[in-house]
Design a protein around this ligand. Structure first.
Ligand SMILES: NC(=O)c1ccc[n+]([C@@H]2O[C@H](COP(=O)([O-])OP(=O)(O)OC[C@H]3O[C@@H](n4cnc5c(N)ncnc54)[C@H](OP(=O)(O)O)[C@@H]3O)[C@@H](O)[C@H]2O)c1
Length: 491
């Protein structure tokens, strides 16, 4: 495995810990080898020390892991080069050959692009020019590439990047990663929908009133102000994670659980998302930016006062959208999506709100105000599923209150779910693309979000709302849903 960007944040916080967990579960062969590549001049030994330190900091090690830690880090190597220099790739070709000879790595190659997105096309083109994109032993070994998000910054740039990638790789070699899809509850969403007979019959416009998807972060932009100024919330979270969650909730059942069937259904669903007309955007899209406030008992600055951020920035750190899916199953059912930084709580959750019962039997008993059934799929934290139902309060009078039927991953299985990167890296090594994004899905997501981003850019400060850090977002986002007689449910 060749990691481009090996001295960076993602490698030490997520990739190397995920590889270590896989090794601990005996899912990696002893010959497994990582070649890290980035600019900082480390020796192999210095790189290993840095990764050992990262493993101690970012993964849960137990006393028995010491010897594995030693043998695992012996399989880590490092090349210090600039990604733009052709010489780097010549060196890489030689080093890969040497690893095949000395460590018996057998010719399979997995390239991982964990670099600033501007280097994605640069690296891909160089890999193509050196012939590293082709399997070493055709039919007997494989070569694959994992590309981190963001895949483009709009439809046009995503299409351009796709063309570069597919000029040297075949689609079956390309793994566009969205780590949300590796989370256990996200995969469980498909199991939940398609292996339980009771839910699918009511999973449609006849029984579901609306769907809410919330991906909320307590964190601000930390040290990534300059990156965020260019990206904004929609590019960073909605275009990938939130839209992916929506497509899994709403897609039709695939005929089989293989990557083509699942990804065909996701693409079909995304094609059915109604585009938001520019002149009616105010009715279906809200953007906000955090002002100073309090999060977790700490006073935090406004986005505009963060390092690397312009004091007059109009970049959104919050967005709420209302979308419709124009197909037989979902006609008329609104999907409300919201995501933001510096919100009250770190939580990702999908809520399916069912319609009220058609006839209220228990008038005057408090039951006429009873909430409809809500199915909550918690993606993080405390991964699990809960169904809210109305139940009779004990006592002589008829009083009804909502109660929850709950399933919690950790409790039911006595184990924490695997980390998302662990699942996805293993899938990639096994050649399973089901949980990775296909070119068409990425482009379709940009296609319906582009008009929103263009209009916001043109409007500048006009229409940008502010919200206090530590709140649940701007009041305008409440109005978006409340003017239709609904409300955001506190996750
Ligand atoms: N961090 C996360 O939690 C996270 C989550 C999801 C997705 N991602 C995505 O993952 C990718 C990496 O993110 P990151 O946070 O790890 O970024 P990062 O900390 O800024 O790391 C960037 C890496 O690229 C290397 N690099 C930059 N320019 C180079 C050049 N000209 N030649 C050689 N090496 C160069 C850096 O090496 P030197 O420092 O040695 O120059 C560093 O190793 C991004 O696409 C990001 O969007 C990150």
């Amino acid at each position: 495995m060749v990691i481009f960007g090996a001295s960076g944040d993602l490698t030490q916080r997520k990739l190397v810990p995920a590889l270590f967990y896989l090794a601990r579960e005996r899912l990696l062969p002893a010959e497994f080898t990582v070649i890290g590549c980035s600019k900082t001049p480390y020796t192999h030994e210095r790189f290993r020390q840095k990764m050992q330190k990262a493993l101690k900091e970012f993964s849960s090690l137990s006393a028995g892991d010491e010897s594995l830690l030693e043998s695992f880090t012996k399989g880590l190597f490092y090349i210090s080069e600039d990604f733009s220099s052709a010489q780097a790739y010549g060196k890489l070709v030689e080093f890969l050959e040497q690893m095949d000879r000395e460590r018996g790595t057998g010719g399979n190659r997995l390239f991982y692009l964990s670099t600033p997105p501007s280097f994605f096309p640069v690296i891909v083109q160089h890999l193509g020019a050196t012939g590293l994109t082709r399997p070493k032993f055709p039919g007997k070994s494989w070569t694959r590439i994992v590309i981190e998000k963001p895949f483009g910054r709009d439809f046009e740039s995503a299409e351009r990047l796709s063309r570069t990638v597919t000029s040297v790789f075949e689609e079956k070699q390309v793994y566009r990663i969205d780590h949300y899809l590796g989370k256990e509850t996200v995969q469980n969403l498909l199991v939940f929908r398609f292996s339980n007979g009771v839910f699918e019959p009511v999973w449609n416009r006849r029984y579901i009133d609306h769907v809410q998807i919330t991906v909320a972060e307590e964190l601000g932009v930390e040290k990534r102000g300059a990156y965020y100024e260019e990206a904004g919330l929609v590019r960073d979270m909605i275009q990938n994670h939130v839209v992916q969650l929506m497509s899994l909730v709403a897609m039709e059942p695939p005929a089989t659980f293989d990557s083509t069937a699942v990804r065909d259904e996701k693409a079909k669903l995304m094609r059915a998302i109604r585009s938001m007309p520019r002149d009616q955007l105010d009715q279906s899209a809200v953007r906000g930016q955090y002002a100073a406030g309090w999060v977790g008992g700490q006073k935090v600055p406004a986005y505009r006062s963060e390092p690397g951020v312009s004091p007059a920035s109009t970049t959104e750190t919050y967005a709420a959208l209302k979308l419709y899916i124009d197909n037989w199953r979902w006609a008329g059912v609104p999907f409300y999506l919201r995501s933001g930084k510096r919100l009250s709580k770190q939580v990702s959750k999908i809520l399916i709100q069912f319609q009220r019962v058609p006839h209220l039997l228990f008038r005057g008993s408090g039951a006429d105000s009873i909430e409809p059934n809500v199915l909550a799929l918690r993606i993080q934290p405390n991964e699990g599923i809960a169904l809210t139902i109305g139940a009779k309060l004990p006592g002589a009078t008829m009083q009804i209150r909502p109660v929850k039927m709950e399933f919690r991953y950790a409790e039911s299985f006595g184990a924490e779910p695997a980390t998302a990167y662990e699942t996805l890296l293993l899938d990639c090594m096994l050649g399973d693309q089901t949980l990775f994004n296909r070119e068409d899905a990425v482009e379709l997501a940009w296609e319906f979000l582009d008009p929103v981003l263009t209009r916001w850019k043109e409007d500048g400060p006009k229409g940008l709302s502010f919200y206090e850090a530590g709140s649940w977002g701007p009041a305008e986002a409440d109005s978006l849903i409340e003017r239709e007689g609904r409300h955001w449910r506190r996750p």
